[in-house]
Design a protein around this ligand. Structure first.
Ligand SMILES: Cc1ncc(COP(=O)(O)O)c(C=O)c1O
Length: 428
């Protein structure tokens, strides 16, 4: 088969400067010829940091070729919507390109306040605080709300930014097995014996970013109440995706009033950059005044804020988008299963296709898919991204994918699957 991908430039041999501090040794070892990353780059199969030359929502231009985008978190398909772009441009004209300061000091615009009020109302909560990214939101909220004598109970498959939050927090941290209420309960019982009276925070993704699994919110609410713990949901992949009107994972289970803290991001359904936390007034004000990343980092740029406000308008007005997104998720999940692929227990518009444990097969699979005109996200066992050491092709969908797009994606997977013995005739 002829590969049309450009060969990656050869990696020059990197020599450590003998006068250099030893802390940099690991960087030179990482990039030494024959090490893993340079080897994959030299093979022409390196799939990361690929430049997208144009992005039209369901279509992207990569290496001058149009491909179907099945690897973005642009769930509502609004990132290239003309109305959203115009709102962003208008805000930039009125307020400039950036805030050049933190919310605490000179970085609060009237539209930041408008967005906080709007989101609190949308999520049925008293108050909201914005952060500059979704990552900073979870770090900031966890760091802001916990202190030395508290305990954090974190699902094993939680996103890296939750893990980062637990690392910057002075509280003790316990990880419970993924979605295992039994294990969580055991850890809570033990903690109550060892640290009676300690404050407790249970934290979980609402929809898990790699598997598309929905957290067991009902059971978590019950366990939190039993052990006097607070429950925090990271709804990065849930707000604007699941629950009535896209109100997230607690709303999906009809339990919004039982979850005191929910975070989210604007980098997915809301096609922007930034994040938020919603909850009771005092809790949100405490976080606003205590989260280091909120106080000491510049606020969301005006164009990003205006983008989210416009996306919220559209989400509320164009109810077909969520309906279509769910039809698509169902269609694709069933389509992959019929073609013999393992999609784990995906329940959302994130559908992982399991490739196996061999990274080079995963890279070849991804390259072949791109040649078939389909862009997905190759996730390999790297820094704990996927549980169980599996490589997956993480596919994700937009309300604006057409039926033809979906069928093209499925047939491309079938062709590439046959080539690699994965799918109907293969294992995994
Ligand atoms: C579950 C989850 N939480 C938080 C984040 C961080 O959001 P952002 O990319 O907006 O910083 C992500 C991003 O992928 C995510 O998947």
């Amino acid at each position: 088969m002829t590969r049309t991908l450009k060969a990656a430039p050869a990696v020059p041999a990197v020599q450590a400067d003998p006068r250099e501090p030893s802390i940099f040794d690991k960087a030179h070892a990482f990039m030494a010829p024959g090490a893993f990353v340079p080897k994959v780059i030299a093979s022409g199969l390196y799939p990361y940091f690929r430049a997208i030359e144009r992005n039209e929502g369901t279509r992207a231009i990569v290496d001058g070729r149009e491909v179907i985008m099945a690897g973005s978190n642009n769930y509502l398909g609004l990132a290239s919507d003309q109305r959203v772009k115009e709102a962003a441009v208008l805000a930039m004209q009125q307020y400039g390109t950036g805030c050049t300061g933190s919310r605490f000091l000179n970085g609060t615009l009237d539209i930041h306040l408008e967005l906080e009020t709007r989101l609190a109302a949308f999520m049925g909560k008293e108050a909201c605080v914005l952060f500059s990214t979704g990552y900073m939101t979870n770090m900031g909220v966890i760091e802001g709300i916990t202190s030395k004598n508290d305990l954090i109970f974190s699902d094993h498959d939680n996103h890296a930014c939750i893990v980062a939050g637990t690392q910057v927090s002075p509280a003790r941290m316990r990880r419970f097995r993924h979605n295992s209420i039994g294990h969580l309960r055991r850890l809570l019982t033990r903690a109550d014996k060892e640290y009676p009276g300690a404050g407790k925070l249970i934290v979980t993704d609402g929809v898990f970013s790699m598997s598309g699994r929905i957290a067991k919110v009902k059971e978590l609410v019950d366990v939190a109440a039993e052990f006097d713990a607070a429950l925090m949901l990271d709804d990065a992949h849930a707000v604007g995706v699941i629950g009535p009107g896209g109100r997230g994972s607690a709303a999906y289970f009809g339990l919004s009033d039982k979850v005191p803290l929910t975070t989210g991001t604007f980098s997915k359904s809301f096609s922007s950059l930034g994040g938020f936390a919603v909850g009771d007034h005092d809790i949100i004000e405490y976080i606003r005044h205590n989260a280091s990343v909120h106080i000491f980092s510049a606020s969301m740029p005006p164009s990003c804020v205006a983008t989210v406000l416009k996306c919220l308008d559209i989400l509320e007005e164009e109810t077909w988008r969520l309906k279509r997104l769910w039809e698509i998720s169902h269609y694709m999940r069933e389509g992959f299963k019929e073609a013999g692929f393992n999609v784990w227990t995906s329940q959302a518009p994130i559908i992982p296709v399991v490739i196996g444990k061999d990274m080079s097969t995963a890279f070849r699979f991804w390259t072949d898919l791109l040649e078939e005109g389909v862009f997905v996200n190759p996730i390999v066992p790297w820094r704990g991204a996927v549980a169980g050491g599996f490589a997956i092709m993480r596919t994700s969908y937009m309300a604006t994918h057409t039926d033809d797009d979906l069928d093209h994606i499925l047939s491309a997977f079938e062709r590439v699957g046959r080539r690699h013995g994965i799918g109907s005739n293969g294992v995994v």
